[in-house]
Each structure stands twice: as C-alpha cells, then as structure tokens.
Design a protein around this ligand. Sequence first.
Ligand SMILES: C[S@@+](CC[C@H](N)C(=O)[O-])C[C@H]1O[C@@H](n2cnc3c(N)ncnc32)[C@H](O)[C@@H]1O
Length: 207
Amino acid sequence: MTTVKRRVLGTLVRQFGHPRGSTGQVVGWVMAHRRSNRERNRWVVGLLDVQPTDTVLEIGFGPGLAIAELARRAGHVHGIDRSDVMVRQASRRNRVAVAEGRVELVHASVDRLPRFDAPLDAVMAVNSVGFWPEPAQRLRELWGLLRPGGRIALASQPRCPGATRDTTDRAAGELRALLAGAGFAELRVETLELDPPVACVLGVRPR
Ligand SMILES: C[S@@+](CC[C@H](N)C(=O)[O-])C[C@H]1O[C@@H](n2cnc3c(N)ncnc32)[C@H](O)[C@@H]1O
C-alpha cells in the first residue's frame, strides 16, 4: 500500500471511530445508508429481545439506526456517543421520539457515562467497543448499571481491509472474553452472514 493510501485509510478509520466536522458528516451519511449497516443494526436489536417496558442504552449510536429500531420496541431509550456530529444526525433521524421524550441522546464518552434514574434492562453497542478506552473497566461499569437479569449485546463487523470470517471470529472471541471478565453469564455468539460476517455476543447479568 502506498503512503498516500495508508494516510487516507488512517483518516477514515479515525473518522469512523470519532466522526468530526464535514468529513464526519459524510461518514455518518455513509453509515446510515450502507445496506449492511442497516441490516446489522436491525439484527442486533432483534437479538436483544427488547420489551415495551424496557429501558435500553446504546453506546456509540453513530447516525442512530439502532436507536430508531429501539424506539419502536422499548419503553425508554438512552444513547450516548462521543461525536457531536453523530449526536446531531441521530437526533434528526429520531426527532419525533426525542421530542416525545422517549429517546434521550447525550454527547458523552463511555468513560464518562451520564446518570440514569433507574437500573437498565439492556445495553448494546455495534462496532464501537474497539474504540473505547479500557473496555474491560467500561464493561464492569455497565454490569453495575444493569438490573439483575439485564441483557447486553456487543456486535462487531470488522471493516479493516481484507477482513474475513476469521477476523469476525477473532473479534467475537475478544468480546466474549471481555464480557466473561466483567461477570456476564449465559454468553452466546450469533452470526449474521454478511461480507464479512457480523458477530454479536450476548450476555446476562446474573440474578
Ligand atoms: C463505527 S461507528 C458505529 C456507529 C453505529 N453503532 C453503527 O453501527 O452504525 C462507531 C461509533 O462509536 C462512537 N464511539 C467511539 N468511541 C466512543 C466512546 N469512547 N464513547 C462513546 N461513543 C464512542 C463513535 O463516535 C461512532 O459514532
């Protein structure tokens, strides 16, 4: 790979991890309209088995595709993202639910979580954990915010050049180990057959 290509790739990876400025707006638009992104977000929300009385948190919601799905199923939806550009895009995409107070989207990093009034029923993150500082510590904190019996879903579709099923399997193994280390139980891995495949690791805070 040439130096120029490497630089462009590095910039893009940084933008997907933290969309900023006008490039970040384009990156958000790409995430919102890519078919595989739409499919994987809908799929993960489906796996989380969200109930109408549930309060759910999504971390790193990007343009807000999963937030829109959650808003159709949950009682209350919280979302945090460290990108102000994504907070604006996701707020526009979910403006009715936000105006009705059913969805609250906050500009924050996962290591500075806002306060929640009640224990959470479920937490999810799609293609975001890889960008978190000290993910093991973050997952222990999220364990503490869930009610006993609360669910978590962490999904990964590797986007590095040349990513294959092996890349996805490795990512799933890492997420599973992180969840086990944080104290989650009933761990299971589901796969969505896209190219490359998406892995979603699900777990439960024991009662
Ligand atoms: C690759 S995008 C995925 C967006 C969305 N989940 C999706 O699948 O369409 C990663 C998102 O995670 C957010 N993110 C990365 N690190 C974060 C952190 N430490 N705290 C909160 N959000 C974070 C980024 O700002 C970005 O919106």
